[in-house]
Ligand binder design. Structure first.
Ligand SMILES: *[C@@H]1O[C@H](CO)[C@@H](O)[C@H](O)[C@H]1NC(C)=O
Ligand SMILES: *[C@@H]1O[C@H](CO)[C@@H](O)[C@H](O)[C@H]1NC(C)=O
Ligand SMILES: *[C@@H]1O[C@H](CO)[C@@H](O)[C@H](O)[C@H]1NC(C)=O
Ligand SMILES: *[C@@H]1O[C@H](CO)[C@@H](O)[C@H](O)[C@H]1NC(C)=O
Ligand SMILES: *[C@@H]1O[C@H](CO)[C@@H](O)[C@H](O)[C@H]1NC(C)=O
Ligand SMILES: *[C@@H]1O[C@H](CO)[C@@H](O)[C@H](O)[C@H]1NC(C)=O
Ligand SMILES: *[C@@H]1O[C@H](CO)[C@@H](O)[C@H](O)[C@H]1NC(C)=O
Ligand SMILES: *[C@@H]1O[C@H](CO)[C@@H](O)[C@H](O)[C@H]1NC(C)=O
Ligand SMILES: *[C@@H]1O[C@H](CO)[C@@H](O)[C@H](O)[C@H]1NC(C)=O
Length: 665
């Protein structure tokens, strides 16, 4: 018989047998176990993705944190990975370094310390990871490269880990190399050596937070490197690992994944990869970029978080489907559980994994996401089909005596647009060691011996509302909880609260740009510093701010409106920028880089003197005032029609801002 006839014959038998029984899948721990499960996590940073979260008023801020971290409530995350701030733009903003300058150390900047503590408060077992995206300029001695002085870079990173313990009692469990950039074997070995020497033997190393290659190649080749690296972490692996990665015998993680708009297709993406990263690629942890979409939505990759919390001014937040998809695994496992070897694909599409605590507990997660309803942002998803099917699971080994399983169910229901997520169904009875599920497409099931699990909820948060049209900040905060002023989203440079106790005038409390050297960057930061704030839809408004240049001759500061770009595109930001310079001149430009000069002239401005700048725009007409006196007026039909307001400086230089205000129409 030729092959075609055989398969036709098999298909006929199949047809007769299948409709009644469906396919059979065996779950058995006695055939040997699979890999140790390390958890599911979220990534705050890379960059500034939790920026707006910290400004939420209570009780909303705690509610959001509960949905993310509280065990048996929402996503119940098992891993929190944070950026080790490097003063540079790392996707949706900059995050401050603990060492802006070589002789500077401060472990209270930014919000990642706070976030790690809030996560630990809720789940003391949560795994913490730190990873740098960028480094302050001094680390690279002015070169855009962190490995020429590996001892400096290592001690910079290790100081962050020591500071976490010393000032916040946080034990960092894992540290990475340089996000999605080159690694250097010598650097990794020196990092291991220095960690050990500093009493940080328990801190494990992940490498290299990029593709599987070339790190796996070097790990296979170099015994010393193999000893130094604990986990090979790949990004957006598309659920597969290369053969060489498996050959290293190392723990494999998808150390950054997802990055998909968090609607229900995003939830479907997340459901598919959480299972299939193990089924196809033997990855034992998956970490979502990002944890929570808490940055202005018009920045790059808006809403690519497990949930959305981008309106601290209204208190509104949205618990999106990825939260409940995460719960399907996290609420019924713990890091340290083990996958069974008997995991895989379902005959008619979809996948199943099974995990055990090796004390008799079993958790099975099944997903039947169809192709079009589970597309992630990257990589491209090859075609596959999924159909409704009956699946029979036979429990063997330690699980042979299980008599019932708790059932948690999600159904995306793309047709009716009435999804239901994480519903507890009646427990399923196991008769004679097996049970059958009638699976539809686009469903997720958890079947578990654990009787815990909860779909946590809070009363509806306040309704969504735009950024307030009238906004002001005089930065007069005596003991700020955070170093950054609310709602300002730094896109190049770092703007911090500053107190000048020797100031005799009204400017004791100000906001100060503090980065004085171009960082070792991760993307193309602007040559100017800039912090944006407000509503991207704003068109007509007046923005005012008191400004102080601290650099003589070459210093310069601006206020701006209709700023149309941030993130990695910030260099190309357009808008209306009103600058004054320490050389006594002013300019109005149509872009941040200052190339499109719309007006210029003399202003008499100099360093160390406070000035009040005001910029008004109505339709195509803009005007600027200096200390209340009209300085310029022009038609601006070529600039963007809308955008954020902003403040900033001409270069990486110290400068201060006070009494920021906007009145928008
Ligand atoms: C922390 O882990 C221990 C050991 O696995 C477990 O007994 C405990 O319940 C966990 N605590 C939380 C809050 O998950
Ligand atoms: C991985 O494990 C296998 C089986 O134990 C062993 O033969 C192989 O040498 C190991 N590979 C490395 C790189 O250690
Ligand atoms: C399952 O887990 C629960 C809760 O951690 C525990 O009490 C129980 O002993 C475990 N084993 C079985 C067989 O249920
Ligand atoms: C999936 O999407 C593609 C592109 O939009 C479309 O052509 C195709 O018909 C869709 N498939 C299904 C099963 O809906
Ligand atoms: C599943 O089994 C039920 C009952 O045996 C049957 O009615 C149904 O058609 C089956 N579904 C599929 C998709 O085979
Ligand atoms: C239980 O399963 C075994 C093995 O598959 C079979 O021999 C036996 O007849 C079944 N018993 C019942 C009551 O279905
Ligand atoms: C602080 O205030 C004093 C007194 O006004 C002034 O001389 C000094 O330049 C200020 N320092 C900074 C950094 O602004
Ligand atoms: C600027 O703010 C200071 C407090 O920082 C305040 O005393 C002063 O009146 C404000 N000036 C203006 C023009 O609003
Ligand atoms: C801004 O002003 C222009 C000119 O007055 C007007 O046409 C436009 O509708 C205004 N935009 C908004 C959002 O109010």
């Amino acid at each position: 018989m030729n092959g075609r006839i055989v398969s036709a014959f098999v298909a006929i038998i199949h047809l007769y047998i299948c409709p009644c029984f469906g396919e059979n899948y065996i779950l058995d721990d006695k055939v040997g176990l699979g890999r140790k499960f390390d958890g599911i996590g979220g990534l705050s940073g890379g960059g500034a993705t939790s920026r707006l979260l910290v400004n939420y008023a209570e009780p909303y801020r705690s509610q959001i944190l509960d949905y993310l971290f509280k065990p048996n409530f929402g996503a119940s995350l098992q891993i929190l990975k944070v950026e080790i701030g490097g003063d540079a733009q790392t996707t949706d903003g900059t995050e401050p370094s603990h060492m802006h300058y070589e002789n500077d150390e401060n472990y209270f900047r930014g919000y990642e310390w706070w976030l790690m503590k809030e996560a630990k408060k809720r789940n003391p077992n949560i795994t913490l990871i730190g990873l740098p995206w960028a480094f302050p300029g001094w680390v690279g001695h002015g070169k855009n490269w962190p490995y020429d002085f590996p001892d400096i870079t290592v001690s910079y990173v290790v100081s962050w880990i020591i500071g976490a313990k010393q000032y916040h009692d946080l034990d960092i469990d894992y540290v990475g190399i340089w996000n999605e950039r080159n690694f250097d074997s010598k650097y990794i070995k020196l990092l291991r050596y220095t960690l050990d020497k500093s009493g940080l033997e328990n801190v494990k190393i992940i490498a290299s937070d990029n593709m599987w290659e070339p790190i796996t190649f070097y790990v296979l080749l170099d015994q010393e490197l193999r000893d130094a690296v604990d986990v090979i972490g790949a990004h957006y692996p598309g659920t597969t690992a290369v053969e060489e990665a498996l050959k290293t015998n190392k723990t494999l993680w998808s150390s950054e994944d997802y990055s998909t708009f968090n609607d229900d297709v995003g939830g479907g993406c997340w459901a598919r990869i959480l299972n299939q990263n193990y089924v196809n690629g033997k990855m034992t942890a998956t970490i979502s970029w990002n944890l929570v979409a808490s940055y202005y939505q018009d920045l790059p990759f808006g809403r690519d978080g497990l949930m959305t919390a981008q309106e601290p001014w209204s208190g509104n937040y949205v618990v999106e489907s990825p939260i409940w998809i995460t719960a399907h695994t996290t609420q019924f496992t713990e890091p340290g559980w083990t996958y069974l070897q008997t995991v895989g694909h379902l005959k008619h599409g979809g996948s199943y994994v099974a995990l055990t605590d090796q004390k008799g507990n079993l958790t099975i997660v099944i997903e039947t996401m169809t192709h079009n309803h589970s597309i992630c942002i990257r990589p491209p998803l090859p075609a596959f089909t999924v159909a409704a099917q009956n699946a029979t699971f036979s429990l063997k080994g330690s699980f042979g005596s299980v008599t019932q399983l708790q059932v948690w169910h999600s159904k995306f229901n793309f047709k009716t647009k009435k999804p239901s997520f994480f519903q507890k169904l009646d427990p399923i009875k196991i008769s004679n060691g097996s049970f059958t599920l009638s699976l539809d497409v686009d469903e997720v099931y958890t079947l578990t011996t654990l009787t815990t699990g909860q779909k946590g909820s809070y009363p509806e948060p306040p309704a969504s509302a735009p950024f307030p049209k009238k906004y002001k900040d005089d930065f007069n905060v005596k003991n700020p909880s955070f170093t950054e002023a609310p709602n300002f989203a730094d896109q190049t440079g770092v703007f911090e609260y500053y107190i000048n106790l020797t100031d005799l005038g009204p400017h004791v409390f100000t906001l100060r740009q503090v980065v004085t050297q171009r960082p070792v960057t991760w993307v193309a930061d602007a040559d100017q510093t800039i912090s944006v704030i407000g509503d991207y839809k704003w068109q007509n408004l007046t923005v005012m701010c008191d400004v102080l240049m601290e650099t003589e001759r070459t210093g310069g500061v601006f206020i701006a409106a209709r700023v149309d770009k941030g993130g990695g595109l910030v260099r190309n930001a357009k808008g209306i920028f009103f600058w004054v310079f320490a050389d006594g001149s002013y300019k109005v430009t149509g872009d941040l880089s200052g190339q499109t000069v719309l007006a210029k002239g003399s202003s008499g401005t100099k360093a160390h003197v406070w000035y009040t700048l005001s910029l008004s725009i109505q339709g195509d007409h803009a005007s600027g005032e200096l200390n209340g006196f009209p300085l310029w007026k022009l038609s601006v039909d070529l600039v963007p029609k809308n955008g954020w307001t902003a403040i900033g400086t001409r270069s990486f230089e110290l400068a201060q801002f006070d009494n920021f205000s906007v009145q928008a129409e």
